[in-house]
Design a protein around this ligand. Sequence first.
Ligand SMILES: Nc1ncnc2c1ncn2[C@@H]1O[C@H](COP(=O)(O)OP(=O)(O)O)[C@@H](O)[C@H]1O
Ligand SMILES: [Mg+2]
Length: 581
Amino acid sequence: MIRRLARCLREYKWTALVSPLAMIGEVAMEVTIPLVMAQLYDQGIAAGNMTIVVQKAMVLVLCAVVSLIFGVLSATYASKAATGFARNLRHDMYYRVQDFSFANIDKFSSASIVTRLTSDVANLQMAFQMSIRLAIRCPMMLILAMISSLRISPRLTTVYLVAIPLLAATLVCIVPFVFRIFDRVFQTYDRLNNVVQENVHGVRVVKSFVREDKEVDKFAGVSQAIYRDFCKAEHILALSNPAMQFCVYGCTLAISWIGAHLVVASGNNGALGLTTGELSSMFTYTTQIFMALMMLSMVFVMMIMARAPMRRCYELLVEEPSLVSPENPVREVKDGSIDFENVSFRYSAKAKHRALKEVDLHIPSGATVGILGSTGSSKTTLVQLIPRLYDATEGTVKVGGVDVKDYDLEVLRDNVAMVLQKNTLFSGTIKENLRWGNPNATDEELVHACRLACADDFIRSFPGGYDTHIEQGGSNVSGGQKQRLCIARALLKKPKILILDDSTSAVDTHTDSLIRKAFREEIPGTTKLIIAQRISSIQDADIILVMENGKVACVGDHETLMRESDFYRGIYESQQKGSER
Ligand SMILES: Nc1ncnc2c1ncn2[C@@H]1O[C@H](COP(=O)(O)OP(=O)(O)O)[C@@H](O)[C@H]1O
Ligand SMILES: [Mg+2]
């Protein structure tokens, strides 16, 4: 996992190395300073030698300046490396998400993908920046300060040998608790993002149903859960501070006691053991050693905390797109015929029910097919298999006589244009939106496609015409206008198969029939699959499929179905009554 993530360092490899190297310089200076201080005191002040005092003071200033320079270098390079790493990581992840199939996106949920790309990466960046500095600083400090104090007095150093394991043991007890809590916090963040995203995305629906209070409650619940978990983690972490204080003061006391005896016994000339200057430098080392230990434990906690975002980023990076083009793909779709051979489908391996059950179908090229069925009867599921938005679990789906899995994905999807039930326009002009269908389309082609979709008239009625700006999500056009723009966008691909998933539901019946007439006359060779709620939208289709519970309940043209299917006749009669009234 770490190896894969480290690959995101790329051009920042060397930058990342400078930081710990500079850190070594900084630590070396910090450990030297107490030694020089001891000499200044013992050889200068205590001996009354002013020359030495000045000399040592200059060395001290030099040490401080060098330490400062190294410190700044280390910090600058660490932040440079960390931001670069985060940028590369985010880039890699985003790139991978673009290859995701619908099934991959279902697996993560789009909210989770957003959290991973934003806060998880930010957390990793911070952890990385801190750890490349501290991961070197702390052990270095610990070792160098230990060596220095050993050189001063091996006897006093034994005090540490008691205290350090004590603190280490406390930290080892605390850390696993904290880890478990933080792991949970990150999952709750996903939920928080989910709530926010859903609410902001559907803010118009929330308002029209006056659901603001409920939504606020939902948000407050998740937000409170995060607050609680963080508090709990911080409470436990707070225990480490008194433990550290206890060790520092305990050591200081012990060193004072033993050290004072040694200083007095040696008559303060160092012949037998310890000078006053050396004793005071031991105090500085005590603080340094425990600070280092403390920070080391922080690095530990941070690395453990970073494990969750690390795993989450890694999961996204290594997720294999579930749909890829085969090795030697077929690059041409012969015609618009469609075959379903004993096709069954499950949305995921865990799903209890099959969304499609043993579907057998043959649709000749150029036919107009109407698909009818109650909501949840798997109409959308059925047609999604044709442009290979999902792969069939069992059986084969063929387009133009070839298994869809054998086609180059891009070729297949260019030839099978699908207007999704939940269609979207993007911010930009109408022209730009239409050219999603075909970037090279001429203005005439745009107008032609819009005529077919009965969109030309209303586009011209806008002051900006085809250059009218569409807001994000198409919020400044009506539902029916949006649907017609989406149909025009699909038509621009000049597909062999055109699928309209309930795409004229917001269009009035007259316009709806005009669109169908245009299809019949202008693109007779294209196979048209039309999912609709209104029988009038599909009455004149060559083949009508009635879906029920993931199965094709009956197939035939209008007359046949009127004769043979009670279900169909039932819908027809109820809709007729509705329109007579
Ligand atoms: N992305 C999905 N993940 C899991 N189950 C899904 C998904 N989309 C649809 N389903 C389920 O599949 C069934 C058929 O849905 P769908 O094809 O959308 O019905 P229809 O288009 O006829 O209204 C429903 O039971 C629905 O809950
Ligand atoms: Mg549907």
